[in-house]
Unconditional design. Structure first.
Length: 369
């Protein structure tokens, strides 16, 4: 029987794990996407989420603030351009409440307008992060090669960059990013996502990364770190809440906790049911799509989880467990419950990361418009 002191240590450890977990879980990141109608704002929002959150199309016009487009605390608004009769510059900041956003993204698809400069000046005045995005860079490259066949792709990209830079070099920005929603892993979209994350505080950065599309290997690696906090919380909870005996194992464990943990991990890596439903609309190979569907099921049924627990149980020795638990002498059932959940969770993370990388390798054939 564990002592009162031992139980107190275990509870303190759980409280700390829960505090770290809740901080990320309850955090909100609110981003405003600004620009002229037809500049590609909706497509950019879809690319950032890796899901069709906002409608886009050649005839779409943004006549009012649209949104929120949100996923578990990551919130985007599609804001109309300024300098019109409906949204004059003089009252734009107040009407759109620009001061309420964690970051602003200014999108342009062709020339840079005077009203765009005004929006950067307003962001500077409000001391807000503002990221400048030149959308549809793939189209600009194609058009440039047609008009200037002697120029290479890198020369056209450089011209597009310099055109914007020359218009705003006297203003403060968080960088210029050339992106294509049709090719989300090419050009600067991954860099844009990384820089937005860097501009946020630690907790909001974790929230942002956990919900965005894994546009490159670096972002997927950051998702690993966030998922490990989820696993730590559920492992601590399992140590206290192990109540259901596992057939064939000398340990009690709440399989329901593991189901919830798996659901959160799958969502972080864009492998949850909603994401899989969206993948059906993309030009990913049927082989990969089928493997993703089967992959998720092994983590979302009690029967499959029990089989995997029996497989992992022999690997969970006390020496392995003590490197995670900062105390000793706990009841062996609680210790094994912690170790099993931690082992299971970390293996789930690695398999999800591998599957996310597999999808990423085919993303050139997809479009998030």
């Amino acid at each position: 029987m564990e002592s009162t002191e031992q139980k107190s240590l275990l509870e303190e450890f759980l409280i700390k794990s829960k505090k770290d977990y809740d901080a990320i879980k309850n955090a909100k990141v609110i981003c405003g996407v600004i620009g002229q109608s037809g500049s590609g704002k909706s497509s950019l929002i879809n690319s950032i989420f890796g899901e069709k959150m906002s409608q886009s199309g050649p005839t779409q016009t943004t006549l009012d603030k649209k949104g929120p487009f949100q996923k578990d605390g990551l919130i985007f608004y599609d804001l109309p351009g300024c300098g019109t009769n409906e949204f004059p510059k003089e009252t734009y900041s107040e009407v759109m409440d620009l001061n309420s956003y964690d970051c602003l993204i200014l999108v342009t698809s062709n020339r840079f307008y005077e009203n765009d400069r005004f929006l950067i000046e307003e962001a500077n005045r409000l001391e807000k992060s503002i990221f400048i995005v030149r959308s549809r860079i793939d189209e600009a490259i194609s058009n440039g090669k047609y008009d200037y066949p002697e120029k290479e792709e890198k020369d056209i990209i450089n011209l597009c960059f310099l055109e914007i830079e020359s218009s705003i070099r006297d203003l403060r920005t968080n960088g210029i990013y050339l992106v294509s929603s049709r090719k989300p892993t090419d050009y600067d979209l991954p860099l844009l996502l990384e820089k937005i994350a860097e501009s946020l505080d630690k907790i909001k950065r974790a929230k942002f990364i956990s919900q965005i599309f894994g546009a490159n290997e670096e972002i997927i690696n950051e998702k690993r770190k966030i998922a490990k906090k989820v696993v730590k919380y559920y492992s601590s909870a399992a140590a206290l809440n192990g109540i259901n005996p596992i057939p064939g194992l000398d340990v009690a464990l709440d399989v329901g906790l593991i189901l919830k943990m798996n659901q959160e991990i799958l969502k972080i890596f864009n492998l949850d049911e909603d994401s899989i439903a969206y993948l059906k609309l993309l030009k990913i190979s049927h082989t990969t799509l089928n493997s993703v569907q089967k992959f998720g099921m092994q983590f979302l049924t009690k029967e499959a989880i029990l089989l995997l627990l029996k497989k992992y149980a022999p690997q969970v020795a006390t020496k392995q467990i003590t490197k995670y638990i900062p105390f000793a002498g706990q009841a062996i059932s609680a210790t094994i419950a912690f170790g099993l959940t931690m082992t299971f969770g970390n293996k789930t993370i690695e398999e999800c990361a591998e599957k996310a990388l597999e999808i990423l390798s085919q993303v050139d054939y997809t479009s998030f418009e």
